[in-house]
Design a protein around this ligand. Structure first.
Ligand code: GS8
Length: 219
């Protein structure tokens, strides 16, 4: 019997994008279900009763939650092609460390940049750039974070690239001016179909960020 794979997702979610990219890298066919996060479906509430958040991967009826956990699961189940995590235990630990940093620092700071104003925004901007510079240092002169091939850390970070315009336009700064190598890396990742097809247009994201700023009453 063919396996059943469903992704509960939301188009603008960088967490959802991670799963879309990983599934595309592996060539997995799946059903994509778009959630309305203001009116969550009974399926989402049933599949992720703890956090009630997307993304959720449903594999043959079993839910897997949390994007980094989902990407690792995808890598373990469909292990024959495009490995995402390195096989060496130390390299694996390092990859998980940076993915965790991206989750807890870069994504959090990046979201603060477009969600705030005034002094709070200035601080968020500085913190965000600091995170990106650390990541740029870790990338070094390698084409991808793990070396020659696209992997777990790349999948973890690249979704936020489509939010860069929103950050830059809402806070009036240029990421490329301070992190040119990171932008070159992002453009390299975007050349991969698995990435470009999984990310929405930056303009659409920017419009959505403006809508959210209005919705939350941020001037
Ligand atoms: C974060 C998922 C998340 O924030 C992960 O999967 O990595 N740590 C989790 N999902 C958001 C949409 S993206 O901003 C979500 O589902 N929010 C609904 C809610 O908070 O009610």
């Amino acid at each position: 019997m063919a396996e059943e794979v469903t992704l509960l997702d939301f188009w603008a979610s960088p967490y959802g994008m991670r799963c879309r990219i990983a599934l595309a890298e592996k060539g997995v066919n799946y059903e994509h279900k778009e959630e309305n996060l203001r009116h969550k479906s009974p399926l989402l509430l049933q599949m992720n009763p703890v956090h009630k958040k997307i993304p959720v991967l449903i594999h043959d009826g079993k839910p897997i939650c949390e994007s980094l956990n989902i990407v690792q699961y995808i890598d373990e189940i469909w292990k024959d092609n495009s490995p995402l995590l390195p096989s060496d235990p130390y390299q694996r630990a390092q990859a998980r460390f940076w993915a965790d940093f991206i989750d807890k620092k870069a994504f959090e700071m990046g979201a603060k940049v477009w969600k705030t104003k005034g002094e709070e925004q200035e601080t968020a901007k500085k913190d965000f750039i600091e995170c990106l510079k650390l990541l740029e240092g870790e990338l070094g002169d390698k084409p991808y974070f793990s070396g020659e091939s696209f992997g777990f850390v790349d999948v973890s970070l690249i979704p936020f690239y489509c939010w860069f315009d929103a950050c830059e336009n809402c806070a009036n700064f240029s990421i490329e001016a301070t992190c040119p190598k990171l932008i070159s890396w992002a453009k390299r990742c975007m050349e991969k179909e698995s990435v470009s097809k999984s990310l929405p247009e930056p303009q659409k994201i920017y419009k959505y960020a403006l809508y959210l700023r209005k919705f939350y009453g941020i001037g």
